[in-house]
Design a protein around this ligand. Structure first.
Ligand SMILES: *Cc1c(COP(=O)(O)O)cnc(C)c1O
Length: 356
């Protein structure tokens, strides 16, 4: 039976991307070689890297003064690499604490400058996005986490500030149009919405770099990666290839507007069912609900396992919620078709009929 994969990450990829990626292992572009065994400096892979960088520019509609990098180390490396490159010890950077990943970013940044946490939703277990905070003009940047993968909240607005925004977009990159000119730097681990694990996308406005005085090890200096076209050392070749294929798929399927429309329809279908179905309860404030990670609980705790079993029987997998929220989490990234969400909603309806 075809499985509907609701995993939070590594997560669902388009079936056609998996096919092409598999083919690339056997015979990369008709070269008679596997992509796993060709030089990253050869023409064939250089074309992949070039296309990947071009696709990021195109999909995000990047202004000319932004640079694109494909790096290793996951989004977790960006938690310290961004402050290391952007602030000196005497500088202030501001953060908003909206969940596990945001608080890890805060913790890491503290080693490199003065960190002010402007707002936090920790007191209510991160079930909303804080509003009404002021960003001091002396801040060198404001750090946000656009989508909180674990708690199921997402920014549907951006703070009104002249301070450059640094944003962890790991779990909603390429899911909707964003005006990049409002951001100084964005980063995203690929394994949620843009490919397989092993590569991280970083986009930065050039003029933010080169202002810090500390020594930066080569591998942690954005400028060196930019100068070398993300080829300072051997890049994660296969992960870059899969990210490129996924971006091609996004483009061929209508780009950001089309992704957003479909993501809104999927999320609406599922949230409407959660709100209407007496067996389930949404966990987050409605206006901050994530279009990517839908978190909900069983109205009676003893329904939790039977519901997971019913999901599994219908081919809907990886729906168990993160331990810090409990209940269920349905991750419905770009590659999840509407039919997958419909299959889950059908299980929820059947479950209610049976239990009520
Ligand atoms: C998954 C995730 C991370 C961690 O990513 P790694 O690539 O595992 O380091 C960071 N931030 C967000 C928002 C995530 O969803």
């Amino acid at each position: 039976m075809k499985k509907h994969n609701f995993s939070a990450g590594p997560a669902i990829l388009p079936a056609s991307v998996i096919q092409e990626a598999a083919q690339g292992i056997l015979d990369f572009n008709g070269s008679g070689l596997s992509i796993l065994e060709v030089s990253h400096r050869g023409a064939a892979f250089m074309a992949v890297m070039d296309e990947a960088i071009e696709l990021v520019k195109e999909l995000l509609d990047l202004p000319a003064d932004y640079e694109v990098m494909f790096l290793s180390g996951g989004a977790s490396t960006q938690f310290f690499m961004a402050p290391m490159n952007l602030i000196d010890e005497s500088d202030t950077a501001c953060y908003v604490d909206t969940g596990t990943w945001a608080s890890k970013a805060i913790k890491e940044a503290k080693a490199f400058g003065k960190i002010e946490v402007l707002a936090s939703s920790k007191a209510d277990n991160y079930t909303h996005i804080p509003q009404g905070f002021d960003v001091p003009s002396y801040a060198k940047y404001l750090h946000l986490t656009s989508n909180n993968t674990i708690y199921g909240t997402q920014y549907h607005w951006w703070p009104d500030t002249q301070v450059p925004i640094v944003c962890d977009m790991s779990s909603d990159i390429f899911s909707r149009p964003v005006d990049i000119s409002r951001f100084g730097l964005i980063y995203a681990g690929a394994q949620k919405n843009m490919g397989a694990a092993g590569v991280t996308l970083v986009v930065v406005k050039k003029d933010l770099l080169g202002t810090v005085h500390r020594h930066l090890p080569a591998m942690l200096d954005y400028r060196l990666h930019i100068e070398n076209g993300s080829m300072y050392n051997t890049p994660p070749v296969y992960a870059v290839y899969i990210a490129m294929l996924t971006m091609r798929w996004i483009k061929a399927n209508g780009g950001m507007r089309q992704m957003e429309q479909l993501n809104q329809r999927k999320a609406q279908l599922l949230y409407d069912e959660i709100d209407a179905n007496p067996c389930f309860i949404g966990t987050t404030r409605k206006e901050d609900r994530s279009l990517m990670n839908v978190t909900f609980l069983a109205a009676k705790p003893e329904w939790e396992q039977p519901f997971l079993d019913a999901c599994k029987a219908a081919g809907c997998v990886d729906l168990k919620g993160h331990r810090s929220v409990g209940g269920f989490r349905a991750s419905i990234y770009n590659a999840m078709p509407l039919e997958g969400v419909q299959a889950l909603v059908d299980v929820m309806r059947e479950f209610a009929k049976r239990e009520q």
